[in-house]
Write a protein that binds this ligand. Structure first.
Ligand code: ATP
Ligand code: MG
Length: 449
C-alpha cells in the first residue's frame, strides 16, 4: 500500500510541487497552516510529514514539537530556506529526522522521503522485535528447547511455594537468572532479593554478613549491623556457591533452614525471619559430601526442589535465539545485519565450556570487531573443536553425577549411528570410524544383531 504523506506549506505552488513529485510513490495530503497541519496529522496519522520551517500562523519548530508530541514515531522532514543551516540543526535537535534546503530538485526530494520512510520501517521492526522478545521472555530466561521450556514450567510452579530451591549446573548456565525469575514470579517480588556469594568471604565475615553482628562483637564491629537474612525478611535470599560454605557456617545455616531463626554475631536475642532460600552451586554436592566438605543433612534441607540447568552444548537449538537476544542487548546501534552461516556453524559445533555466559561474551565482542555488519567465524574467539563438524551435535558426552557405563555409551552410540544411517551397517560403521565387521562384532556383544 502506498504510504500517506502530509505536506505542510503555506505556498500554493510548493504544495502542488510536492504533491506532483511524490505522487508516484505516495498519497500526499496538504495543509497550508500549522494549525491545519496538526489537525490533519492527528486525524490521518501520516507515515511521514514534510514541514515548511516558515509558516504564517506558528513557527515551524513549534509545529514540529506539537507533531512529535502527538505522533512521536513519525519522521518529520523540515523544508528550510537556502542558507539557514542553523535553523535546520535546531530542528534536528527538536526531533526532525531530516531536512531539505530550498531549492531542491525532485530527485533529491524523492530520495530523502523514501530513505526516511525506510528508516522508520526498520525502527518499527526493531521496536516490534524488542517487544516480542520481552513478551516472550518476561522472566529473562531465553530459550525454546525442551529443557528450557521444562525449566520455565518448573519456575512457574515453584515460585509461589515457600519451598527451598537448589539450583545446580555448570558455570554460566543461568542459575542466577533462574533465581531472579523465581523471586520475580513469587508474591515476594516487592520485597528484596538478597544475593550472597558464599565463596567470597572468610568464615568470620560470612557469619556477620549473613546474620549481622552486635556492636563490639569483634574488633572493628563499631556498630550493630543487620545481616542479609534480616535484610531479606519477606523476600528471598540467594546463597550462591553454597558448596564453598565453611563447615561451621553450614551448621548455622542448617538451623536457619529448620526454624528460620538465628542470632547476630555477638548477640543473644533470637531473630525470626520469613525468607525464601534459593541456593546454587556448580559443584557436585554428592561428591562434596563424600569428601566430607559438605554436610549431608544440609544437603537434604536444601534439596527440597532441585532445578538442574542443562549445559548449552546439550541444547544447541537455543543458540540462535540467544544470539538474537544478546545482539539486541549489545548491538545498540544496530550495526550487525547478519550472522554468516559459517559463524553459526562454528557456534553450533563448539562445545561451550562456559555455557551461556561464554556465548554472551562472544557476541558482545563480535559486535565490536565485526566491522562491516556481518559476523564471520574470525570474529569469534574460538574455533569449532576438531572433529566435531563431522560428528555433528549431541555427541559431546556429559558425565552425569553418578558416572556412566562405557558399555551403555557404546550401545547408545551404535544405536544412534544405525538410526542416522537408516539401518545401513556400512554407513553406520563409517560414522563410528570402525570397520563393518567391528561394528557387527559390537552389535552382537550388545545383543543388537
Ligand atoms: N537462559 C538464559 N537466558 C538469557 N540469559 C542467560 C540465560 N542463561 C544465562 N544467561 C546469561 O548468561 C550469564 C551467566 O548466567 P548466570 O550468572 O545466571 O550463570 P550461573 O549459572 O550463575 O554461573 P556461575 O555458576 O558461573 O555463577 C548472565 O549474563 C545471564 O544473563
Ligand atoms: Mg552465578
Amino acid at each position: 500500500m502506498e504510504p500517506l504523506i502530509l505536506a505542510i506549506d503555506d505556498e500554493e505552488h510548493m504544495r502542488k510541487l510536492l504533491q506532483r513529485a511524490l505522487r508516484p510513490q505516495a498519497r500526499v495530503l496538504t495543509a497550508a497552516t500549522g494549525r491545519e497541519g496538526l489537525q490533519v496529522a492527528e486525524k490521518e496519522q501520516p507515515a511521514l510529514v514534510l514541514l515548511d520551517m516558515r509558516l504564517p500562523d506558528m513557527g515551524g519548530l513549534e509545529v514540529l514539537r506539537a507533531i512529535k508530541e502527538r505522533l512521536p514515531r513519525v519522521p518529520v522532514i523540515m523544508i528550510t530556506a537556502y542558507g539557514s543551516i542553523e535553523t535546520a540543526i535546531e530542528a534536528m535537535k527538536a526531533g526532525a529526522t531530516d531536512y531539505l534546503t530550498k531549492p531542491f530538485d525532485v530527485e533529491e526530494l524523492r530520495l530523502t522521503v523514501s530513505r526516511n520512510l525506510q528508516i522508520n520501517d526498520l525502527a518499527q521492526q526493531v521496536q516490534l522485535l524488542r517487544e516480542e522478545l520481552r513478551s516472550r521472555h518476561p522472566e529473562g530466561i531465553v530459550g525454546e528447547s525442551e529443557p528450557v521450556r521444562e525449566l520455565r514450567r518448573m519456575v512457574e510452579q515453584v515460585a509461589n511455594t515457600p519451598a527451598t530451591v537448589l539450583l545446580t549446573g555448570e558455570s554460566g548456565t543461568g542459575k542466577e537468572v533462574v533465581a531472579r525469575a523465581i523471586h520475580q514470579q513469587s508474591a515476594r517480588r516487592e520485597r528484596p532479593l538478597v544475593v550472597v556469594n558464599c565463596a567470597a568471604l572468610p568464615e568470620q565475615l560470612l557469619a556477620s554478613e549473613l546474620f549481622g553482628h552486635e556492636k563490639g562483637a569483634f574488633t572493628g564491629a563499631l556498630a550493630r549491623k543487620a545481616g542479609k537474612f534480616e535484610v531479606a525478611d519477606g523476600g528471598t535470599i540467594f546463597l550462591d556457591e553454597i558448596a564453598e560454605m565453611p563447615p561451621h557456617m553450614q551448621a548455622k545455616l542448617l538451623r536457619v533452614l529448620q526454624d528460620r531463626s538465628f542470632e547476630r554475631v555477638g548477640g543473644t536475642e533470637t531473630l525470626r525471619v520469613d525468607v525464601r532460600v534459593i541456593a546454587a552451586t556448580n559443584r557436585d554436592l554428592n561428591q562434596a559430601i563424600g569428601e566430607g566438605s559438605f554436610r549431608e543433612d544440609l544437603y537434604y534441607r536444601l534439596n527440597v526442589i532441585r532445578l538442574h540447568m542443562i549445559p548449552l552444548r546439550q541444547r544447541k537449538a537455543d543458540i540462535p535465539l540467544l544470539v538474537r537476544y544478546f545482539l539486541n542487548k549489545y548491538d545498540l546501534r544496530r550495526r550487525i545485519r547478519e550472522i554468516s552461516p559459517a559463524a553459526l556453524e562454528v557456534m553450533n559445533s563448539y562445545h561451550w565450556p562456559g555455557n551461556v555466559r561464554e556465548l554472551e561474551n562472544a557476541i558482545e565482542r563480535a559486535v565490536i570487531v565485526a566491522q562491516d555488519g556481518v559476523i564471520l567465524p574470525e570474529h569469534l574467539p574460538f574455533t569449532a573443536a576438531p572433529g566435531e563438524h563431522t560428528r555433528g551435535d549431541g555427541f559431546i558426552i556429559a558425565f552425569p553425577e553418578k558416572g556412566l557405563s562405557l558399555d551403555e555409551v557404546e550401545r547408545q552410540l551404535i544405536q544412534e549411528a544405525l538410526r542416522r544411517s537408516n539401518g545401513n551397517r556400512t554407513v553406520a560403521a563409517r560414522l563410528l570410524g570402525i570397520t563393518r565387521s567391528a561394528l557387527l562384532y559390537r552389535m552382537q556383544k550388545h545383543e543388537m544383531a
